[in-house]
Design a protein around this ligand. Sequence first.
Ligand SMILES: *Cc1c(COP(=O)(O)O)cnc(C)c1O
Length: 353
Amino acid sequence: MNPYWSRRLADVEPYVPGEQPKEGQYIKLNTNENPYPPSPKALAAIAAAAGEGLRLYPAPECGGLCRAIADFYGLTPEEVFVGNGSDEVLAMAFLAFFSPEDRIAFPAVSYSFYPVYARLFDIPYDAVELREDFTLDPSVFRKEHRGIVFANPNAPTGIALPLEEVEQILRAHRDVPVIVDEAYVDFGADSAVGLIGEYPNLLVIQTFSKSRSLAGLRVGFALGQPHMIAALDTVKNSFNSYTLDRLAQAGAAAAMEDQEYFEATRQKIIATRTWSAEALEKLGFTVLPSKTNFLFASHPEASAAALFGALRQRHILVRYFNKPIVDQFLRITVGTDEEMKALLCALEEILGR
Ligand SMILES: *Cc1c(COP(=O)(O)O)cnc(C)c1O
């Protein structure tokens, strides 16, 4: 341990994001970005905001963006919190709702940022097992857990938990905060947003990075009752009052308002996912049922590590996790129809079909 480093860093193993190649032509199916460009209205709003106004600080309360998100969901702006990507919103939520005295729980196979935040903030946790088929058993969360986090749909499996089971968790743990990370919910799962009125312990977190094609703008948000949002505001205003710049606030608000574009692009991705999953199955892959913009697939005759390497040689990037339980799977982002055809051609060649 470096003598100058804070002791806080002793047990931290930072999250490793997927590769962003700097050169070369790659088909990029490794970080769940949207293959379609952002809404033209979002791009126009960003261009309009890129003017002399940048001399001034942005609105710290992000009122226009909170209003746009609230309108989309039929909530009030007091039920909305925005941040610099949902990763930041999640980190602030860990600080706002979990304590070093209280054990929290999240699934062992899930978003790998959860254990990173827990360690960084010294929050004890149980990584609870999924069922054999990678579904989440709502009863794995127990009374001693003083906080619960799970992604729905889950990553990297792509499997969605039915809304009744989300509610079962909320009902069984009314006295503890329950964070539902809905980064992929727009690709076919049921959101828990409609349960906010009934459950004061619920915080839903979403992002503009996936279904709204704005990973590069860094905007995420949380939805919950005003007392939950107030906790997040308290953390934010004790850390950085200006997490979202003027361009991000303008672009994200315009993207939220362009419902037609959002609908069209997410339906295209769902359609591409459907035929791609069938084509992978024809090649012998086992593909988990996905409600996301990625497919989690394994092949009985080829190791995932070898497939990952062979695809990379052909300039196709997918994600491979060298970790127990999931190391026989590839996580493949759903790209355009053309990108998925290229992937399938490459896999046919690699598997010798
Ligand atoms: C992508 C992702 C996020 C974070 O996305 P941001 O780009 O930081 O908004 C959060 N949770 C899960 C499960 C994700 O896959």
